[in-house]
Each structure stands twice: as structure tokens, then as C-alpha cells.
Design a protein around this ligand. Structure first.
Ligand SMILES: Cc1ncc(COP(=O)(O)O)c(C=O)c1O
Length: 402
């Protein structure tokens, strides 16, 4: 039986404050189960992992390793391949700076990447002379496969790093195909899963990538928590760039013996409450089932997109066909209205929270001469009634302000 939406909504205290929260692609709300798990650590058994031999430390170690296992299970991976990070950005930087890329090595991304999957490669271009190339995408945000093929055939591509699901279009890249093509030419594949992992079932075994970075704060977990998953062999080929306490098992004045995976990538004392909260979030979503979350997306995206298309002056940046969405967001401009003004007015008149701007994909907007856009993004706890209310309120704002 499908879970009861009202019961689910009662898990999220912010919703009962009367807001319509449509800013989930930026960050989702947190259920009380996650907050309670984190508070449980702070008020019940605060201690370090693996440093001390007392019972509080044992409990913290157990809870944190249980959390790692929950996250690994969530993406079909193994716990020793699952590294806790701060966020997607840190995961991508970890790969970028640990892969041993050299002058002339080529890294491919697409032209619709978040700054997190763009700026690290620009830095490496300047500092190490790597060559960063951008694969063009079409109107449906699908990559130019011919371009990719030609670049891969040069034999110089060391890494292909596409976004799994775009945060400006909600569409999914054909990552399985990209991974097959890259591997056939000896290149590794890193996926930016920031939007993809929270919105549909991601099985790292099936996707076929070597690395997957995502943020737990976009999937009901605490802020400042993320995951970098990597295939064991791929992780073993990385040279950690943050080292010190926790990353080693022994040292002399002139040498250090590195920890096994994944701890060798987690330098210094970690955010244990964050890890425990992240584990609780993965469990919460796992219990609901990603199939249910995908079904909610289908239910919500159709009226959202069709409703937006019906408002005069609104133009969609994301697809007009609801069937093309892999996550519950839409992205639009309003003729004659500033995107920030639309967002502020939605909050003022309807307590509706959306994001406006260039959504950290400045490069895409700049290349198309678009100043910015409005992005309502939904999650499983949003309702059809909220979508209707949003559309009604937006329609009125457009009529009154233009
Ligand atoms: C597609 C995509 N990639 C990367 C990020 C960066 O995530 P974080 O700021 O959690 O590192 C985001 C966040 O909005 C995103 O949507």
C-alpha cells in the first residue's frame, strides 16, 4: 500500500508552519527522524569514533559504521567504497585533486554543469595544464554523442564527468551509455549525482560509473554532509589530498602508513552527528522506497508543467513534455518580469518558496544570454493542492505585475 501523504507530511515540522516549500533542488526539508537521530548523538552518547576504548566511543563507532552501511545500501554500493564528504562539491574536488591528472590530459564535462563540476576543472587547467572540454547539449539537455565519440577517440581523455540529472532542466543524461563509451577508450567516469540520487533509484552497479558524488542535504539529511562513492580499484588509484589524523594507522618522523578505504579519505575528526543523520535520511527514504518517490514525481510534474505552459508570458527552460523529467522541478522565465521579483512576490503573497537566479549554472545562462529564471522544485511530500495553489498565485502575480 502506498504511504499516506498526510502522515508523511507530519514528519516534517517546517511544513506545519504553513509554507509551501518548493525549493527542494536547493535543499530538502528534514524529517523529525533525522533530527532525533542527530540529537540522540549529541545528548546521549557524544564521543569519538575509533580513538577511545570506552563504551560511548564504541556506540558512536557502531552508529557511524551503521550509517555508512545505510548510505552504501541506498546506492547499491559497498560500505568500504562509500566516503563521507561535506557535499557534492567536495566529492568532485576530491577526485579532481587526487586523480594525478597531468598536463595534456583531457577532462570532458557537459555545457550544463553546476559550478561544482566546472570550476575544479578550470582550476586544474590553469594549475596543471589539463585540457577541459565541454560537450554541447541539445534543447532536451542531452549530450552530443558524436562530439563525445570524437573526443574519446583521441585517446587523451582521462575522465568524463557529466551531471546525472540537471538542476536546471530536471532531465537525466544517458550516463550508462556515456560510461560504456568512456570505458571502451580507457577513461574513467565521475557522476555529479546531486539531483539524480535523491530523485530516483541509483544503483552504482547498473550505472557503470567509477565515481558518484552527491549531497545528503538534498535527500532529507543534514546540511554539510555528502558522499563520494567510488569503485574500489578507482579509489585505490587516488592519492588523497587531505591527510593527517584518521587517515593513517601508523607514523614515524619520516613516514606514514595509510588507512584502508574509506577512512584514508576522511581526514580529522568527522561530523559524527552528520553521519548519523545521513544514515537516518537514507533509511527514511529507503523505507518509503525510491519507486514511491518516482511515482510522486510523475504525479506532481505533469500538473506543474502543464499549468506553467497555460500561463501567458511564461516560457519554460525545462522540457514541455512532463515525460522527460527525472526530478520534480520546472524552470521558467516570465516575459517582462525579473526572476527574483517573481520569487519574492510568491513568498510575500503565498508563502511559496522557490529559487530564482542562475542556479549555480552561470555558464549555461551566460552562453544563452538568459539573465536568470524561476525554479520551483518539489519532493515527495509536496501535494497536487500545493501545485494548484502555486499556479493560481503565479498566474495572479503575472496578471497584476506585467
Ligand atoms: C547538479 C548539482 N551539482 C552540484 C551541486 C552542488 O551541491 P553542494 O553545494 O551540496 O556541493 C548542486 C547543488 O545545487 C547541484 O544541483
Amino acid at each position: 500500500m502506498a504511504p499516506d501523504i498526510e502522515k508523511i507530511r507530519s514528519d516534517f515540522p517546517v511544513i506545519s508552519g504553513g509554507v509551501v516549500y518548493f525549493d527542494n533542488a536547493c535543499m530538502t526539508l528534514k524529517p523529525r527522524q533525522v533530527v532525533e537521530a542527530m540529537n540522540g548523538y549529541y545528548s546521549g552518547y557524544t564521543a569519538c569514533v575509533g580513538r577511545s576504548a570506552h563504551r560511548l566511543s564504541d556506540r558512536t563507532s557502531q552508529e557511524c559504521s551503521g550509517a555508512r552501511e545505510s548510505l552504501a545500501r541506498f546506492i547499491g554500493g559497498r560500505a568500504d567504497e562509500t566516503i563521507f564528504t561535506k557535499n557534492t562539491t567536495e566529492g568532485i574536488n576530491l577526485v579532481a585533486h587526487s586523480l594525478g591528472l597531468k598536463k595534456g590530459d583531457v577532462v570532458l564535462t557537459t555545457d550544463a554543469e553546476h559550478n561544482s563540476n566546472l570550476v575544479p576543472w578550470q582550476f586544474l587547467s590553469r594549475r596543471k595544464g589539463i585540457v577541459h572540454k565541454v560537450v554541447p547539449t541539445d534543447a532536451d539537455f542531452q549530450p552530443d554523442i558524436g562530439f563525445l565519440e570524437r573526443e574519446l577517440s583521441s585517446g587523451k581523455v582521462k575522465l568524463v564527468s557529466p551531471v546525472l540529472v540537471s538542476n536546471i532542466s530536471g532531465t537525466r543524461m544517458p550516463v550508462e551509455k556515456i560510461a560504456r563509451m568512456a570505458h571502451a577508450k580507457g577513461a574513467l567516469v565521475l557522476l555529479d549525482g546531486a539531483q539524480g540520487v535523491p530523485s530516483s533509484k541509483t544503483d552504482v552497479g547498473r550505472v557503470g560509473a567509477d565515481f558518484l558524488a552527491f549531497s545528503v542535504h538534498k535527500m532529507c539529511g543534514p546540511t554539510g554532509m555528502g558522499i563520494l562513492w567510488g569503485r574500489k580499484k578507482a579509489l585505490e588509484s587516488l592519492e588523497p589530498f587531505l591527510v593527517g589524523g584518521e587517515t593513517v594507522t601508523d607514523t614515524t618522523y619520516s613516514s606514514a602508513k595509510m588507512e584502508d578505504l574509506p577512512e584514508r579519505f576522511e581526514a580529522g575528526l568527522q561530523d559524527y552527528a552528520g553521519m548519523i543523520g545521513a544514515g537516518a535520511a537514507a533509511k527514511y527514504l529507503g523505507k518509503l522506497g525510491m519507486g514511491f518517490i518516482e511515482e510522486r514525481k510523475r504525479k506532481l510534474v505533469k500538473p506543474l508543467v502543464e499549468g506553467l505552459l497555460g500561463i501567458e508570458g511564461v516560457s519554460l527552460i525545462s522540457p514541455e513534455d512532463p515525460g522527460k523529467y527525472a526530478s520534480s522541478l520546472a524552470n521558467f522565465t516570465v516575459e517582462g518580469l525579473d526572476h527574483h521579483q517573481v520569487a519574492i512576490t510568491l513568498d510575500e503573497v503565498g508563502k511559496i518558496m522557490v529559487r530564482s537566479g542562475r542556479h549555480c549554472v552561470h555558464s549555461w545562462y551566460n552562453s544563452r544570454g538568459i539573465e536568470g529564471s524561476v525554479r520551483p522544485s518539489l519532493y515527495f511530500y509536496n501535494t497536487e493542492e500545493e501545485v494548484e495553489f502555486f499556479l493560481r498565485t503565479l498566474g495572479k502575480i503575472v496578471r497584476d505585475l506585467v
